[in-house]
Design a protein around this ligand. Structure first.
Ligand code: ADP
Ligand code: ASP
Ligand code: MG
Length: 404
């Protein structure tokens, strides 16, 4: 008997009707002769409204209590799906993350999984039940409830598939798979049949929110092959797996965009050893997550250092930088919100030259001004005006021949 882990996202369980249709699908999978573990997200919008609710009672809710609150969203879905399955005559049981044996560290709201002891899951599977596990949550060794970061149900599913040595892990969502770009932005994007962990990770961490990036990292580390597919049809989805030889033939696998970025420049920084260290240590101490960094060539003993961060980080970054800029004798600090990042990703870049030139040509032809550039072995990212990001994505996507 094969063991299958299926994860259903928020939209897929977003209404009673959808929960019933997930139940039918799960039942079919079980009746085909499989042991089925289902991981569910909170119903769409629930996590956001719980966050909103917390802000209505406190300006700074503690992270511990946030986890207690947010974990209820997923628990609601597990119980409802179990009831729907039972209503269809099936044997089904819901489990919280803790009951499923998911032990994490104590980093509330972004906990890391330490280990999984899926004894209860195994027992219920052996007893013939469909086991429904609340996604996005675990428990510390001391018994505190934790959550795994936004989109964390993906991580629950992949980690459980690894721990159970499942034969299949399906991430069921509201699109048919991973596309060459978010189909909501580029309507003629094409579904990708197979993608390497590395490419999926670069796409996820550069704004393609189809998968939580930490879950892809986990899959790659523990070699958990998974399929991203639709909850609403039986079309084959996208297989995410280790790189195979032919994969490098495709130069660009996909295009990602990330909105809500901000650019900060520290102007007139003295060109002296240790100034960058002081700036970025101050940002680290203020827990600001920094993305693209650019330093200009020194001119008359001064340089400008720019970096991007999420727009929401500006509140923390501003005061930290004002203090450090004064301390190192910089001229001042400027902030620009309203920028976004566009990335092209593909392992083929390792063996093909001219990709950057082509990207810059396409952007120039479309009249898109590049504000910053950053590269890795398999990605080129540019910072552009946020207003033009969707148009730029369409132009780049078409220019690289990705359109269907
Ligand atoms: P779930 O609730 O099932 O976890 P998400 O909303 O997290 O679903 O992810 C699915 C969404 O990801 C899609 O509706 C789509 O708009 C978006 N998305 C972003 N980039 C891509 C991409 N490259 N391919 C497919 N979908 C993408
Ligand atoms: N409900 C959580 C979120 O909205 C986790 C998830 O959906 O994967 O981020
Ligand atoms: Mg998701």
């Amino acid at each position: 008997m094969a063991t299958i882990v299926q994860k259903y996202g928020g939209t897929s369980v977003g209404s009673p009707e959808r929960i019933k249709s997930v139940a039918r699908r799960v039942l079919e999978t079980q009746q085909a002769g499989n042991k089925v573990v289902v991981v569910v997200s909170a119903m769409s919008g629930v996590t956001d409204s719980l966050i909103k609710l917390s802000r209505e009672v406190s300006d700074q809710p503690s992270e511990r209590e946030m986890d207690v609150l947010l974990s209820t969203g997923e628990q609601t879905s597990t119980a409802l799906l179990a009831m729907a399955l039972q209503g269809m005559g099936a044997k089904a049981v819901s489990l919280t993350g803790a009951q499923a044996g998911i032990v994490t560290d104590g980093a509330h709201t972004k906990a890391k999984i330490f280990n999984i002891t899926p004894g209860q899951i195994q027992d219920h599977l052996d007893g013939g039940a469909v086991v429904i596990v609340a996604g996005f949550q675990g428990q510390t060794a001391q018994g505190a409830i934790t959550t795994l970061g936004r989109g964390g149900s993906d991580l629950t599913a992949i980690a459980l598939a690894g721990a159970l040595k499942a034969d299949k892990c399906e991430i069921c969502t509201d699109v048919d798979g991973v596309y060459t770009c978010d189909p909501r932005i580029v309507p003629d994007a094409r579904k990708i049949d197979t993608i390497s962990y590395e490419e999926m990770l670069e796409m996820a961490s550069s704004g393609s929110k189809i998968m939580q990036s930490r879950s892809v990292e986990f899959a790659s580390k523990f070699d958990v092959l998974f399929e991203v597919r639709s909850s609403f049809n039986q079309n084959p989805g996208t297989i995410v797996k280790e790189e195979t030889p032919g994969m490098e033939d495709v130069v660009i696998r996909g295009v990602s965009i990330e909105r809500n970025q901000a650019k900060i420049t520290i102007e007139g920084v003295p060109d002296k050893t240790g100034t960058a260290a002081k700036i970025f240590n101050a940002l680290a101490a203020a827990h600001v997550v920094v993305d693209v960094i650019v330093q200009t060539a020194p001119h008359e003993g001064k340089t400008d250092i720019s970096f991007t961060t999420n727009k929401d980080e500006l509140e923390k970054a501003g005061p930290a930088l004002e203090a450090v800029a004064a301390g190192i004798g910089a001229r001042g600090v400027t902030q620009t919100a309203g920028v976004a990042k566009l990335s092209v990703v593909g392992i083929g870049m390792r063996t093909h030259s001219g990709v950057a030139a082509k990207l810059f040509d396409l952007l120039a032809t479309g009249g898109f001004n590049i504000q910053m550039i950053s590269t890795s072995e398999i990605k080129i990212a540019v910072i552009l005006d946020e207003d033009s990001i969707a148009e730029a994505a369409k132009a780049v996507h078409a220019g690289f021949g990705l359109a269907g």
